[in-house]
Design a protein around this ligand. Structure first.
Ligand code: AHR
Length: 491
């Protein structure tokens, strides 16, 4: 029996809805084919953007979308992606598969996408191979209302009003593909570039500095020390990579060992967030600077027969657990984690959507985001968990992952994942201040750990109503099947 105590009196701050953010890069078939098909495509579209994708992403209530990369961002020159399509130069996407990038999806198309799906745009600027002037001009082009060369250029390209742009990243992975810099050097570059990322008119930019690769705590230390007062957010990238980088294994064909290893590595996010936050606390005890986990998710070997540079992978129940665990961790650290962006929205790494021609599939990860969206902007509740162990071989990890929140209508939502691949979990949770109330819920599970949706069988795994929970005399009893993600609503 796993015991929990949920205290509705102890509220631990707002779960920023941006924790449910996404990331879309010019990589493989994420943008081209996944989002953008062009205005003349036979695939139904609005201004070149797939209608089926708009509908699916809107339903998910994606709060924020990061673009254009990733590693692509530090090779992207935004002026190539504006103006008449026939005049936009083609370039080689050197980082991702060496394919031709025709720049048909650029600034105007990105803002249109965000408008159509109701997401805040989050643009990542080019520090690695771009200039300060180029970054300054991009912000001016997007946000300046008055008369200026860039605002006039925007108008000449058909957009009279400036857009609102809140989130701007000053470079991506500048410790690696973004220029192989040392933290001391990048901190100075950040200070220089960020100076020219200006607030025009009423537009206020939340500047995000490139943060650490996984457990590189020195990077966070140096950045906070040297540039903390000039940033609003500091990023963190951590991918769940089972096995080793050179043999990560298949997204679909895996055994219990790989299941366990994947979930164990996902739980490492807890340590990363805790330790990076502790360093940030030393320089920013008021928690003004947000920790922005703007790349996370699973990374497996690509699907057989696909371009290795396209990072296309299937998505199973295992990915649903990875999503559920990570989102619980971010919720529970909402005092510092102000945004997170899963990599990547469509057809790349841990996607919520897969497409093939005019067909579309919603993945198990999509369903987890859909179930968890009740936490967006709700208040985190204090929850004590006396966990059981999930043992495999001579290793052990906690059996369940959970988080709970209360929304503006006083409804409590609890998300719980049972990581164990063969044992169910019995939970006895004391809910302070709720004696008897209706409990409803949904569950995502399947009889096999690699259950996934395909274009021919798109509904193999999808959420079902959950009837395994009841609340009586303040005791919430939950019976979780093995390998499951459950979201409960009380009240
Ligand atoms: O998401 C794929 C890549 O992973 C991104 O381009 C890069 O930032 C990271 O290394």
């Amino acid at each position: 029996m796993i015991r929990m105590v949920l205290d509705t009196e102890i509220r631990k701050g707002q779960i920023n809805k941006n924790i449910y953010g996404h990331f879309s890069e010019h990589l493989g078939r994420c943008i081209y084919g996944g989002i953008w098909v062009g205005k003349d495509s036979p695939i139904p579209n609005t201004d070149g953007i797939r209608n089926d994708v708009i509908e699916a992403l809107k339903a998910l209530k994606i709060p924020v979308l990061r673009w254009p990369g990733g590693c692509f961002a530090d090779e992207y020159h935004w002026m190539d992606g504006i103006g008449p399509y026939e005049d936009r130069p083609s370039m080689i996407n050197t980082h991702w598969g060496g394919v031709i990038e025709n720049n048909h999806f650029g600034t105007h198309e990105f803002f249109r996408l965000c408008e159509l799906i109701g997401a805040e745009p989050y643009i990542c600027g080019n520090v690695g191979s771009g200039t300060v002037q180029e970054m300054q001009q991009w912000v001016e082009y997007i946000t300046f209302d008055g008369k200026s060369p860039m605002a006039d250029l925007r108008r000449a390209n058909g957009r009279e009003e400036p857009w609102k742009l809140k989130y701007f990243g000053v470079g991506n992975e500048n410790w690696g593909c973004g220029g192989n810099m040392r933290p001391e050097y990048y901190a100075d570059e950040y200070r220089r570039y960020a100076t020219y990322v200006r607030n025009f008119g009423e537009n206020r930019i939340y500047k995000i500095a490139c943060g650490a690769n996984a457990g590189d705590y020195r990077w966070t230390e140096v950045l906070m020390r040297e540039a903390g007062n000039m940033m609003d957010g500091l990023s963190l990238h951590y991918y769940t990579v089972p096995g080793e980088w050179h043999s990560k294994g298949s997204a679909v064909d895996f055994d219990e060992g790989k299941w366990f290893d994947t979930l164990k590595k996902t739980l490492h996010m807890e340590e990363l967030v805790t330790r990076h936050s502790a360093i940030m606390d030393q320089y920013d005890p008021e928690k003004r600077v947000g920790l922005i986990v703007d790349e996370w998710g699973t990374w497996y070997d690509v699907e057989p027969g696909t371009n290795p540079g396209f990072l296309y992978q299937q998505n199973t129940l295992r990915d649903a657990l990875v999503a559920g665990i990570n989102l619980n961790i971010f919720n529970n650290h909402c005092d510092r984690v102000k945004m997170a962006n899963i990599a990547q929205t469509i057809n790349v790494l841990q996607s919520v959507i897969l497409t093939e021609g005019d067909r579309i599939v919603l993945t198990p990860t999509y369903h987890v985001f859909d179930m968890y969206k009740v936490h967006q902007d709700a208040e985190l509740l204090s929850m004590y968990v006396e966990n059981a162990e999930y043992r495999f071989g001579d290793e052990a990890i906690p059996q369940v992952s959970a988080s709970a929140s209360i929304d503006s209508e006083d409804r409590i939502h609890i998300s719980i994942c049972n990581l164990n691949h063969e044992d169910g979990a019995e939970i006895d949770c004391l809910v302070r201040d709720r004696e008897n109330a209706d409990v409803s819920g949904s569950i995502l599970t399947a009889p096999v750990m690699n259950a996934h949706n395909t274009f021919d069988a798109p509904e193999t795994i999808k959420p079902e109503a959950f009837s395994g929970a009841s609340l009586k005399d303040s005791r919430l009893r939950v019976s979780l099947p093995p390998m499951s993600v459950v979201v409960l609503t009380i009240g």
